[in-house]
Design a binder for this molecule. Structure first.
Ligand SMILES: Cc1cc2nc3c(=O)[nH]c(=O)nc-3n(C[C@H](O)[C@H](O)[C@H](O)COP(=O)(O)O)c2cc1C
Length: 226
């Protein structure tokens, strides 16, 4: 993420695009009257408000993927990076989601901030993050999470809880007090957006919906019926 103009890191360890902050946090300016011509600054403003007001996991988001035949699946992941290139989460490469991303390179994300009455929907193509970025993020994780990443064959059948605990103990013993390297099958994915929708709850279900769609080098912005 480093090297992207304007990218800054926030207190939650998430890279966000540090462009001009056009609005006060908490303001109720209708989204389509906002001055933005592209979605990243809008996202930055909404995300900053969510980090302030949402009590837990403002970075939790539903990630939808599908098989090449179109069978969908969805699960929660945590947003760990956002900048002009896209939205990053981390996972196990042998998991179901990663298998589906290998087949289609397409995903959709949905962040919902209940206390703000807002959701953001993101659709796009996917790519793997650079190894150096994955190494840096893995190194920043709590040691127990690092050990857990080695111990889990994510999405594979597991005989018993005891088996998982045995594997955790084995990995802990293997690394002792030394550094835990990133497992080769654990990395980040970036969703490179083709569309981002900002949804804001309004009375009588007359919600605001503003969608930005990529159009050439820029973005086309339009309002949708609720
Ligand atoms: C709030 C929340 C955050 C989560 N964050 C992640 C994450 O960042 N990465 C991840 O691999 N799994 C995360 N999980 C677990 C996933 O939802 C899911 O169980 C797991 O990744 C296996 O999904 P799959 O079998 O579809 O690949 C999270 C679950 C919850 C409830």
């Amino acid at each position: 993420m480093k090297g992207v103009p304007g990218a800054v890191i926030d207190s939650g360890g998430v890279w966000v695009y540090g462009g001009a902050r056009g609005q006060q946090a908490g303001s109720e300016v209708a989204v389509d009257r906002s001055p933005y011509k592209e979605p990243f600054e809008e996202f930055e403003r909404w995300y900053a408000e969510a980090r302030e007001k949402e009590t837990r996991d403002a970075n939790a988001m539903a990630l939808a993927t599908a098989t090449r035949h179109g069978t969908p699946s969805v699960r929660m992941v945590l947003l760990k990076g956002a900048d002009l290139r896209g939205f990053v989460f981390y996972s196990n490469l042998e998991s179901r989601k990663s298998g589906e991303l290998a087949e289609t390179s397409r995903a959709a994300l949905c962040l919902h901030w209940k206390s703000l009455g807002r959701q953001v929907r993101i659709e796009g193509t996917t790519e793997r993050v650079a190894d150096a970025d994955a190494d840096a993020y893995f190194a920043s994780r709590p040691r127990d999470s690092q050990i857990g990443a080695w111990a889990s064959d994510q999405s594979r059948p597991l005989e018993s809880r005891e088996e998982l605990e045995r594997r955790v103990a084995e990995v802990s013993a293997r690394y002792g007090n030394g550094a835990v390297p990133r497992p080769p099958n654990w990395t980040g994915f970036r969703v490179v957006p083709t569309a981002i929708e900002f949804w804001h709850e309004r009375p009588f279900r007359l919600h605001d919906r503003i969608v930005y769609r990529r159009a050439g080098e820029g973005w086309r912005k339009e309002r949708l019926y609720p």
